[in-house]
Design a binder for this molecule. Sequence first.
Ligand SMILES: [Zn+2]
Length: 205
Amino acid sequence: MQIKKTDSGLLHSCMYLLEEKGHAIVIDPCRDLSAAGDSIVDYLLITHEHYDHISGVNEWKKKTGAPLLCSRVCAENIRNSKKNMSRYFNIFCEMQTWVPTDGMKIEQAEYVCEADLTFEDEFTFEWQGHIVTLQETPGHSAGSCIIYLDEDHCFTGDSYLENYGTECRFPGGSEKRWNMIGKPWIEAIPAGTRIWPGHFDSFIK
Ligand SMILES: [Zn+2]
């Protein structure tokens, strides 16, 4: 198993490519399509609906034909340029307190994409001898989830970053739902798990 990280170029959000036996899963696809190499991409997964984590979904779908899997709420929100924040991306950049924005200004784009498979609460599937589990963790956004790869790795999007609290101020975010639902699932991640966050480097919980 190989895990490759690519900087999306948007707020330094992370795209991850999981590779096993010539097959791949892409988490939070950005517009850099070179990462997959010759692997057959079986699934596209997203940790949440914010633009910096979905900016390459349409390109990856077109190139690979792989289905996009995310939570039902996330699927609704990626269809809407207000809810995925692409319409307000420059303002969004200014509001981010946990990542350097480098004075980033992008071309104002209204971006939408479509999910192919959705789940509610939790969903588990087998992939190339591994177990992949998606668990909804609303709070940072309504459609947030974390993604386990076996028991060793967890891809946490913006629900869990090292050294930063979880930001719940954006539209669709909710401190209340975070405290009631999202946060307990983060606390339940076993100590010793390798965390692959939506921004910055991986770390051990
Ligand atoms: Zn986010």
